[in-house]
Design a protein around this ligand. Structure first.
Ligand SMILES: [Zn+2]
Length: 149
């Protein structure tokens, strides 16, 4: 199976519909479709997918991480460096959970993985990201704890 590049998928010819889709469609695929297909393993699968995607995005520092997350409209990130191996990332307007009602569970695994992949790329270290806050557990932003090792 061929692995496609970001350049290849950017070739879009939709004269009437354009290159954007409703966020509702993304959430149907991501929250309903993926969970239905993968069940309990959807969290881990989406995290690993996100991590791979983060690793192929073109970033070399924190500013570029913020730029790419915002330009892909994954959300509006705010990065706080606790120390050399610990970051806290708040994600406002998260693509997956912003506006979501309280459900008591967090499921922004893809975003978590993307952040881990991006931090691995800029630091050359391994990264583990854990979601700690979400709209779905009563906050009005998403938050991720990122440990480098
Ligand atoms: Zn979220």
């Amino acid at each position: 199976m061929k692995a496609y590049t970001i350049e290849e998928i950017k070739s879009i010819v939709r004269p009437s519909l354009g290159n954007e889709v409703p966020l509702e469609l993304f959430r149907i695929l991501r929250i309903i479709g993926m969970r239905n297909l993968l069940g309990e393993s959807s969290g881990a699968a989406l995290y690993m997918m996100g991590k791979y995607v983060g690793s192929i995005l073109d970033v070399s520092n924190e500013e570029e991480i913020k730029d790419v997350i915002k330009s892909l409209r994954i959300g509006i990130p705010q990065i706080e460096k606790k120390d050399e191996s610990h970051y806290i990332v708040k994600l406002y307007e998260c693509i997956t959970c912003a506006g979501f009602p309280y459900t008591g569970e967090m499921f922004c695994d893809m975003e978590s993985g993307i952040l881990a992949g991006l931090f691995e790329k800029i630091t050359g270290k391994k990264a583990k990201s854990t979601q700690t806050k979400s709209w779905s557990v009563g906050y009005n932003y998403c938050e991720f704890d990122i440990i480098l090792y």
